[in-house]
Design a protein around this ligand. Structure first.
Ligand code: T46
Length: 182
């Protein structure tokens, strides 16, 4: 597996080794020892796996839990998304900065979004399935949402003229400046 740095030091892109042959392909999508050695440099335990399917133009996010903050390892098994992580860590030199990466079934790329970040994605393909491992459990009581088009964050979503499909919750996201660090 290959680990690619981003401009936020703890956010990493992971490219698993894909073994193709005339039947198709095989790849290891999760390897505890390798991940801890090459990505987190410390123990990392996932306790919950999520799977969401979204139609074209869906934008889920920007979400985080203020308690039980979740690290997430995201991959796409069908379609293509623009996946975004926003640094909310108190005292971080990259606080308020974001990383955006295209994850797709084709590029097999994964994004490691540590605890302390907001997460969201925009669906570029007709349909996309996202599978992600979480380092803590769902805690709806402390779940918060930052508005996807917050002017301070100024995330350059590749909308391509599409008005994003949002959940009711995501239409009422907070301003980044009103959110406060984790
Ligand atoms: C996140 C979650 C949701 N749910 C239930 C609650 C709702 O009845 C239903 C849909 O939830 P929601 O609309 O919050 O789903 P998303 O908009 O995909 O939320 C996720 O979107 C961004 C991209 C994330 O990174 C988070 O994992 C999460 O916030 O699933 C659960 O039962 N467990 C869960 O862990």
């Amino acid at each position: 597996m290959k680990v690619i740095n981003t401009h936020i030091d703890v956010v990493k892109i992971i490219e698993p080794t894909v073994f193709g042959d005339d039947r198709g392909y095989f790849c290891e999508t999760w390897h505890q020892q390798r991940f801890e050695h090459l990505v987190t440099a410390k123990p990392c335990v996932f306790v919950q796996d999520n799977h969401s399917m979204s139609v074209k133009g869906t934008l889920r996010g920007l979400h985080f839990q203020r308690q039980q903050t979740q690290g997430k390892l995201i991959r796409v098994t069908s379609g293509q998304v623009f996946d975004v992580a926003v640094d909310l860590r108190s005292g971080s030199t990259t606080y308020g900065q974001w990383v955006g990466e295209i994850l797709s079934a084709e590029n097999q790329r994964q994004l490691w979004v540590p605890a302390g970040f907001a997460h969201g994605f925009f669906v570029l393909s007709d349909k996309a399935e996202c599978l992600y491992k979480c380092t803590d459990y769902y805690h709806p009581q402390s779940e918060e949402c930052i508005q996807w088009n917050d002017p301070t964050l100024n995330i350059q979503w590749p909308l391509n003229g599409i008005a994003p499909k949002l959940s009711a919750k995501d239409t009422q996201g907070k301003k980044f400046t009103e959110t406060g660090a984790l």
